[in-house]
Ligand binder design. Structure first.
Ligand SMILES: Nc1ncnc2c1ncn2[C@@H]1O[C@H](COP(=O)(O)OP(=O)(O)OP(=O)(O)O)[C@@H](O)[C@H]1O
Length: 226
């Protein structure tokens, strides 16, 4: 299993009585493309924070790639994330004044052992695969179209060859056409790279792209109690 949760509970430190997540059992197999659906405030981003090691469960067992995140120190979780997990965010979070290559180099910097042979060639290959021209690679990313920024964000998420890719509503600010092309490209890339994908959104229409779909309320007991 790429992801395995058992009796995982979480509350934010400033509201310890408000249990946001209480997940008895949940798992995602390697190379699965998993869609987690839920309304605003249901805990989707919180779940992703736990999976990526940015937050630590209050209790229970949380394993990613057969390693227990819940017993790691914050530093160990940071290192684990850099080495094994890619992230695509809602607003892509590219650094606007850096160009595409520099944005990707920065991500690669946090996982140096994955790039023993030619980082520049790896970036060039990925950007070619994603159809970002030589000229566009040199522009600050604010000067790129939304569609181009999406593709740079995918390249940045994949440069460290993560076994697990996490996507947090990356289509929420896109029009229908951009959304469809982003989804098609994302699915092609994760299939080609044998990446496990966990994608959260409130937009149920996206479920058609995925091999598995789950309502967060079906795995999270805290929702019923709320
Ligand atoms: N930093 C925080 N401190 C305290 N409570 C928080 C914090 N972040 C989120 N919450 C609470 O946790 C619950 C789940 O929030 P979360 O952001 O995970 O939901 P979501 O499903 O991702 O929502 P959205 O679709 O609107 O992004 C909400 O009740 C929210 O108020």
């Amino acid at each position: 299993m790429t992801i395995s949760l058992s009796n995982v509970r979480y509350a934010y430190p400033d509201s310890p009585d408000n249990i946001v997540l209480d997940i008895p059992q949940w798992s995602v197999a390697a190379k699965e493309q998993f869609f987690v659906h839920g309304p605003s405030g249901s805990g989707k981003s919180t779940l992703l924070n736990l999976l990526s090691g940015m937050a630590k469960p209050l209790g229970g067992e949380l394993s990613i790639l057969d390693q227990r995140l819940d017993t790691m120190s914050p530093q160990q979780r940071d290192k684990f994330r850099a080495n094994h997990i890619g992230y695509v965010f809602q607003q892509f979070n590219l650094i606007p004044y850096l160009n595409a290559v520099e944005n990707i180099e920065l991500a690669a910097h946090f996982s140096p052992q994955k790039h023993v042979a030619g980082l520049a060639q790896e970036i060039a290959a990925l950007l070619s695969e994603l159809n970002i021209s030589e000229v566009d690679r040199q522009k600050p990313t604010t000067h790129l179209s939304v569609g181009q920024q999406q593709r740079v964000a995918i390249a940045r998420a994949l440069i460290n060859k993560p076994e697990l890719l996490i996507a947090d509503e990356p289509t929420s600010s896109l029009d229908e056409q951009n959304r469809d092309s982003f989804m098609a490209l994302l699915m092609t890339m994760v299939t080609e790279h044998n990446t496990t994908l966990v994608f959260v959104s409130h937009d149920m229409s996206l479920s058609r792209y995925f091999s598995r779909t789950e309502e967060l309320s079906n795995i999270n007991r805290a929702v019923e109690a709320a």
